[in-house]
Structures are given as structure tokens and as C-alpha cells.
Design a protein around this ligand. Sequence first.
Ligand SMILES: Cc1cc2nc3c(=O)[nH]c(=O)nc-3n(C[C@H](O)[C@H](O)[C@H](O)COP(=O)(O)O)c2cc1C
Ligand SMILES: Nc1ncnc2c1ncn2[C@@H]1O[C@H](COP(=O)(O)OP(=O)(O)OP(=O)(O)O)[C@@H](O)[C@H]1O
Length: 200
Amino acid sequence: MMEPRRRVWGSWPEPGELERSVVTIGVFDGFHRGHVALVEAALAAGTRRGSPTVLLTFDPHPLAVLAPAQAPRQLLPVDDRVEHAFALGVDCVVVLPFTAELAEQSATDFVEQGLVGRMGVESLVVGSNFRCGRGGEGDVDHLRRAGRRHGFDVRVVDLVRRGERTCSSTEVRRALAAGDVHDAFDVLGRHDPRIAAAAG
Ligand SMILES: Cc1cc2nc3c(=O)[nH]c(=O)nc-3n(C[C@H](O)[C@H](O)[C@H](O)COP(=O)(O)O)c2cc1C
Ligand SMILES: Nc1ncnc2c1ncn2[C@@H]1O[C@H](COP(=O)(O)OP(=O)(O)OP(=O)(O)O)[C@@H](O)[C@H]1O
């Protein structure tokens, strides 16, 4: 089968559309240094295995559904996140609509029905603080156990730091809110006028 390239799914791929993959998951708002490191680790695993590297992301931001009052201002629209992923060399992107129904799904079902059943995951690459599933129950230990049951490997990436702090979308937003665009760019690892505009 020809491996898919630059394909974007707006929901889980249908059975058979994606038979094997290296998957990295998260919101990826801003595409900061940590996100880039995660994608690079996934690409290295994809190349090693000869499997497509797929970035799985959510839209809207999970907090917009789980706690709308605390939902952060979006740094990059989902189309820009997809473009960043492709520019780095990711083969395909899955954008899952984050709905109340998805938030209620157990981590086990998310992994078995989604990652294994629809994506044929061979290797899962996440940051050490990643969680998925109802109530955030699916931490990296949970994912490793699921990986042993289903025969996929879990690669946990150490969080990228910049001096004293851990790079995160939250840190970028904090710097922007303080009016310090240079600091925001320092966490991001690049100058990005669209993100400066997100400061409003
Ligand atoms: C199936 C599923 C259910 C989730 N349910 C919850 C939840 O109940 N409470 C919560 O705070 N986050 C929940 N999340 C969101 C995750 O904790 C997390 O924010 C999301 O997977 C993105 O990961 P990231 O924040 O590391 O990018 C869920 C995620 C998934 C995939
Ligand atoms: N500094 C980092 N280094 C490496 N991986 C990271 C880093 N920060 C987040 N990740 C990973 O990137 C993926 C996407 O996470 P997410 O988009 O929630 O990042 P975040 O920047 O921590 O966001 P927020 O600040 O809004 O919680 C997850 O797998 C997460 O574990």
C-alpha cells in the first residue's frame, strides 16, 4: 500500500485507511520548542520503522469543552498547527473534534478503539506530562501498560526547558499577557508575527 502523505483526517481514519503509524499526540498550540522536539522524536521513530509519522491533535482546545471559563486564548488556529507539522516532515495529521463525548471516553477505549483500532499505532511518542482519557486517567504509566497489551512501544520525551522553566503553551501565553513578546519568542524558539498578534 502507498503510504499516505500530507493527508488530514477530521475524525478517526476509517479502518484500513491507516494500517501502521508512529503517533504523537497533543494540542500543539503555538508549536513551541517542546512540541518541535516531540515531533522530531516521532519522525526519528517513523524513519526507523519505515512507518508514517502522524500527529494527532484536538480542536477546539480540550479546556474549551471541559472548563470554558478557563479556556486559554488560542495562539495558533488548527490550520497553522497542521502546516507546522507538515513543514517539519510529519506525514499525516488527525484533527479530532474535542467534544463532551470524547472527554468522557476512558483512556483504555481511546487507546484501543482509536490509536490501535483506527491508526494501527506501532509507536506512541508523548511528553512526560501527557495525559488522555476521562479525568486525565491515561498518564504515561497507563499508556505503557496499554502498549504492552497491544504491542506498541511508548516513547516518553523529557520536557524541553529554557533556563529555569519548562516550555509550554501556557508560558508563551503568560509572556504575551505580560507584554513581553521577546520572552514569548524565546519559549517558542522562533519569531512568529502571528503569535505576537494573538497577544491582542
Ligand atoms: C479521550 C480523552 C478524554 C479526555 N478527558 C479529559 C477529562 O475528563 N479531563 C481533563 O482535564 N482532560 C481530559 N482530556 C484532555 C487531556 O488531559 C489532554 O489535555 C489532551 O489529551 C491534550 O494533551 P496535552 O494537553 O498534553 O496536549 C481528555 C483527552 C482525551 C484524548
Ligand atoms: N516542554 C516540552 N517538551 C517536550 N514535550 C512537551 C513539552 N510540553 C508539552 N509537551 C508534549 O507535547 C504534547 C502536546 O502538549 P500540549 O499541547 O498540551 O503542550 P503544552 O505546551 O504543555 O500546553 P499547555 O501549556 O496549554 O498545557 C504532549 O504530548 C506534551 O506532553
